[in-house]
Design a protein around this ligand. Structure first.
Ligand code: 5BU
Length: 273
């Protein structure tokens, strides 16, 4: 089957069955951006300040909420208000990885109340299918339409073991939970060439490790450029330090926005020829 990534976000929004994916693609079209800001700031003030300044240029804000040293109600309320004001979604990069019973508690309750505010979460299938079943159950039982899971099918760090059979199993499990699994965090598009792909299948691909000027860091991170990621079938580009740690983060986010959008337009133009 041809990859859905040759279609425009608008067309995919129209044809997708998930209200959350429809909203995500509609935001991308409206704001002309496929950038996910990885806002790895460690205080509520810094996090809300960057979300407010860069919010107009991004489709999604990704958090690691457990690194916020003064996390509290004001963190969540602030993020939720800014997401509404600037029209972006919230993605908590919690990487759930435990048995089903535990992840339900981690997702729904605890100190972080992730289900209350994060539209998107991610999970590893290392523990088996039960983890996705558990998160799917929490989402379906809550009856909130704008909640979804990305399966962590690959990782960008050097020597990652999320490869081969693990990655293949991620795709197989994703197919069983169409109500709640939106797609993958992966370095490239994974599913369309599999013989099991159905014609209407449209997984969304979020790609981390995106940077315009660096190839990696001293702790094993490995980067690709926005153009490379989009050519590989990525739909949303996750960038952190390349943007928030730049001398001028607003100028930087506009550069990433332009690079990501140009590469997206190039992709849909070349596949319509
Ligand atoms: P950076 O500053 O652009 O390197 O930040 C990358 C972010 O994406 C950071 O929050 C990581 O935890 C996250 N990440 C990643 O880098 N690689 C992966 O495979 C996954 C997440 Br999954």
């Amino acid at each position: 089957m041809a990859s859905r990534s040759s279609l425009s976000y608008a067309q995919r929004a129209e044809e997708h069955r998930s209200p959350l994916v429809k909203k995500l693609f509609a935001i991308a079209e409206r704001k002309k951006t496929n950038i996910v800001l990885s806002a790895d700031l460690t205080t509520t003030n810094e996090l809300l300040d960057i979300a407010d300044r860069l919010g107009p240029y991004i489709a999604v804000l990704k958090t690691h909420i457990d690194i916020v040293s003064d996390f509290g109600t004001s963190t969540i309320d602030g993020l939720t208000q800014l997401a509404q004001r600037h029209d972006f979604l919230l993605f908590e990069d919690r990487k759930f990885i435990d048995i089903g019973n535990t992840v339900q508690k981690q997702y729904k309750g605890g100190a972080l109340r992730i289900h209350d505010w994060a539209h998107i979460i991610n999970a590893s299938i290392l523990a088996g299918e039960g983890i996705i079943q558990a998160l799917d159950q929490t989402i379906c039982d809550a009856g909130v339409s704008e909640r979804g899971i990305l399966i962590l099918a690959e990782m960008t760090s050097k020597g990652s073991l999320a490869v081969g059979e693990y990655t293949r199993a991620s795709v197989e499990i994703a197919r069983k939970y169409p109500q709640s699994v939106l797609g993958f965090v992966s370095t490239k598009e994974l599913s369309s060439h599999s013989p099991a792909a159905s014609p209407n299948e449209d997984f969304v691909v979020f790609t981390t490790g995106v940077n315009l000027s660096s190839k990696g860091d001293a702790l094993g991170q490995q980067y690709q450029t926005p153009t490379m990621a989009m050519a590989g079938g990525s739909d949303f580009l996750i960038a952190g330090r390349g943007i928030y740690a730049a001398a001028d983060p607003v100028t930087a986010v506009k550069e990433y926005q332009k690079a990501g959008w140009d590469a997206y337009q190039q992709r849909i133009r070349s596949s319509s020829k």
